[in-house]
Design a protein around this ligand. Structure first.
Ligand code: APR
Length: 252
């Protein structure tokens, strides 16, 4: 880590150590160092699977078997992934009293595995599948994938409990995320390109409500030059341990 990154991490730690209501907003980038590719980087998921063909609810309804091939590939990677030092750092910040809530766009459950206890899953999760015809839910291991799509006992196609493009954000998650965005005094934004609405509105709402915005991303995002008060251009798994160590020192 360069001196510049170390100094920025120190500045970020000072803000976090002194805050009253810290919130993190995470995107796919925080899980890259756990082996899960993001979406929009050069070797991200959307470079392999055209989002028009795989990402929309209409794509799923048109050809669920095709979209399930992508889902199974992603699920295999997610099943193997473990929290990395960035996820663990967020759990430590919660224990240190500097972070109340994590809002994540990710469906990989790695924040809960790391130990954060209040995680708002803005885009849903991959822990269950559901049938849109009758509403029944299943664990992924309970169903057969011999023929795709996997089916409910009612015959309807099963889909993961995460949102596709073109679907609304789960109501409770949306309302809570906007509430904590309005209430927080520090928002730590990690690993999101911030180009997908309405998640991209969260930092704007926080900023307009007076929050200080810290961003960690090796590549500048849509927020970097307009919203972020501190921008740390580093991988999250490298920056977060520096920040947490500094917070521990400050908190004594
Ligand atoms: N540490 C921090 N950030 C990283 C790292 C890393 N190690 N590696 C990559 N990034 C950054 C990238 O530079 C990029 O800005 O993470 C960001 C990931 O951006 P996207 O791929 O667009 O992912 P995200 O912002 O989460 O996408 C939002 O789009 O496709 C949908 O529903 C999907 O939830 C997703 C939403």
């Amino acid at each position: 880590m360069t001196d510049k990154i170390a100094r920025l991490c120190k500045d970020a730690a000072e803000r976090l150590a002194g805050c009253h209501f810290g919130v993190a907003l995470t995107g796919a980038g925080i899980s890259v160092e756990s082996g899960i590719p993001d979406f929009r980087s050069p070797d991200g998921l959307w470079s392999k699977f055209d989002p028009m063909e795989y990402g929309y609810i209409e794509s799923f309804r048109r050809n669920p078997a095709k979209v399930w091939k992508m889902i199974l590939e992603v699920q295999k990677v997610v099943d193997k992934a473990k929290p990395n030092p960035a996820h663990i750092g967020l759990a430590e910040l919660e224990k240190l009293g500097c972070l109340r809530t994590v809002i994540t766009q990710n469906i990989d459950s790695l924040h809960q595995q790391a130990g954060n206890t209040d995680v708002i899953e803005f885009h849903g999760h991959a822990r269950t599948l559901r049938c849109d015809d009758c509403g029944r839910r299943y664990k992924p291991k309970e169903v057969s994938y011999d023929d795709l799509p996997p089916r409910c006992t009612c015959g309807g196609p099963l889909r993961p409990d995460f949102v596709f493009f073109g679907e609304p954000i789960p109501v409770h998650a949306h309302m809570r995320a906007m509430d904590v965005a309005r209430q927080c005094d520090v928002l730590l934004v990690i690993g999101t390109s911030a180009v997908v609405a309405p998640a991209s509105h969260i930092p704007v709402v926080a900023k307009e409500s007076g929050a200080f915005i810290i961003e960690i991303n090796p590549v500048p995002s849509a927020l970097t030059n307009s919203i972020s008060d501190i921008y740390i251009p580093a991988p999250a798994g490298k920056a977060m341990p520096l920040i947490v160590d500094e917070v521990k020192t400050l908190k004594g």
